[in-house]
Design a protein around this ligand. Sequence first.
Ligand SMILES: [Zn+2]
Length: 132
Amino acid sequence: MPVTTPIKMTPEEWRAEAISRFGPNKMKWRFVCPSCSHVASAEDWKEAGAPEGSVGFSCVGRYQPEGPGDEALAAAAFKGKGGPCNYSGGGLFGLNPVHVDLEDGKSVHMFAFAEATVQPLHTPGKPTETGV
Ligand SMILES: [Zn+2]
C-alpha cells in the first residue's frame, strides 16, 4: 500500500470536503479503506449494521454478516486491493490518513474520501472536451 502523509483537517474543513465531493447527504459520503482500498458509502456501513462511529474509520467488511468470511477478510487486509477486509482504525496499525483535529485537542483518524462520482463544479484546469 502507498505510504501516505497524514492529512490534517479541522472538522469544518472535513465536512466541507465531503460536501464538495458528494453533496450534503451524509449517507452518500464514500470512503476508501486504507488497508484493502475497498470503497464504501456511509449507507453501506448502515446496511451492514455497523455503529455510526465506524463509518470511515473501520472497514465495512468487519460488519457485513454475509461478507466473504473471516479468513477472506483477513486475507484482504493490508493488500491494498480487493476487500472489504476486517481492518479497524482503532487497531494496532493506525493507517487512517485523514486526521481531523477536534477542538478539545483530540484527533480523529479517518479513511480518505473516495473520488467523487460527480465532478464538483469548481475544478478548473481539467480538460473536458478537447476540441475535436
Ligand atoms: Zn478494508
